[in-house]
Design a protein around this ligand. Structure first.
Ligand code: HEC
Ligand code: HEC
Length: 280
């Protein structure tokens, strides 16, 4: 009996301490890739019933417009990334540079991914090494616009932002991790106009669903000012508009639904801090 109680006490103790120490890089990577970062929103094949999950991250046509026809490649361990070192795969994700020196084109959101912390980048790479290999073959993209030589200077290191329900961590989630601000900020030829139009929305996405327009997420009445935190949380995780209708792609609410409640709260706190901008 004594022995039994001792075991229970120990189990109880490890349960109490585990949330702080137990998450491995692979688990953190799985949370990011399958949750807020939603890489499969572009990289997973889609059929008439949505994502084809037994070909998860096997690649597909993402966008076809006059400027480019972009295919997101197979990034499972059967794609060419299998031959890249962890550092090479990390550089491809954060800086858009393949090991052969070629640049990965849009719409992979490098304006945001350049801010991924070293730890989160390593976690994403670690997780990608563990996923099932899928044998899909995806054509090469074609770009009718010139791509820049690089998306910026080489990156040595990006420090982690301390996790918590803070505006700073919310900014990290809505930017580098979930690239909300890439879709929800209008573009010019140099990319999202983050310094003048952050979160204003207005960019149109065309696809089998017709046309969807990224919403204004700022603290203006044209944006989210009139909604409660609970309403905004429902929009982000359930994809239900304020008028009760389901949202159109590519708003990745299926992925965002997997955010922890703290991460969701931090994201909303950050959106509340965005300077008000009227719709244009
Ligand atoms: C908005 C769409 C989009 C999202 C989100 C996205 N990607 Fe991509 N990704 C692309 C496209 C398109 C390409 C290929 C562009 C080209 O052909 O130059 C690409 C290329 C890549 C490549 C290069 C592979 C190769 O064989 O050249 C890697 C690695 C990659 N993505 C990883 C990721 C990871 C990891 C995530 C999530 C953290 C992610 N991507 C999120 C669209 C996306
Ligand atoms: C790939 C592009 C994309 C990404 C990434 C994205 N969104 Fe969206 N979002 C959209 C589009 C498009 C709509 C409009 C959908 C519709 O009209 O049905 C939308 C709608 C919304 C709405 C509804 C607002 C309203 O007034 O109706 C909210 C809130 C929102 N997004 C928040 C977010 C947050 C927060 C993130 C990141 C955690 C995010 N979005 C990531 C494209 C995106």
């Amino acid at each position: 009996m004594k022995f039994h109680l001792f075991t229970v006490a120990l189990t109880g103790l490890s349960f109490l301490t585990s949330p702080l120490s137990a998450e491995t890089p692979e688990q953190r990577g799985e949370y990011l890739v399958q949750g807020p970062a939603g890489c499969g929103n572009c990289h997973t094949p889609m059929g008439p019933n949505g994502f084809i999950m037994d070909q998860d991250l096997g690649g597909r046509l993402v966008e076809k417009n006059p400027a480019f026809t972009a295919y997101a490649p197979n990034i499972t361990p059967s794609g060419r990334v299998a031959d890249w070192s962890d550092a090479e795969l990390g550089r491809a994700i954060r800086e858009g540079l393949r090991p052969d020196g070629s640049l990965i084109g849009p719409p992979m959101p490098f304006a945001m991914y350049r801010g991924l912390s070293d730890d989160d980048l390593a976690a994403i790479v670690a997780y990608l090494r563990t996923i099932p290999a899928v044998s899909t073959e995806v054509p090469a993209s074609t770009y009718n616009i010139p791509l820049p030589p690089a998306y910026g200077p080489p990156i040595d290191s990006v420090a982690a932002v301390a996790p918590g329900v803070t505006v700073e961590y919310g900014a990290y989630l809505a930017g580098p991790v979930a690239h909300c601000m890439e879709c929800h900020t209008p573009f010019d030829e140099r990319g999202p106009m983050l310094s003048s139009d952050l979160g204003r929305g207005g960019f149109s996405f065309h696809g089998p669903w017709g046309t969807s327009v990224a919403a204004n997420l700022t603290s203006h009445p044209d944006g989210l000012a009139d909604y409660t935190d609970a309403q905004i949380a429902d929009m982000i995780t359930k994809g239900i508009n304020a008028d009760g209708n389901p949202m159109l792609p590519p708003m990745p609410y299926g992925y965002l639904a997997k955010m922890t409640s703290d991460d969701l709260a931090a994201t909303i706190l950050y959106l509340r801090s965005l300077p008000p901008l009227a719709d244009k």
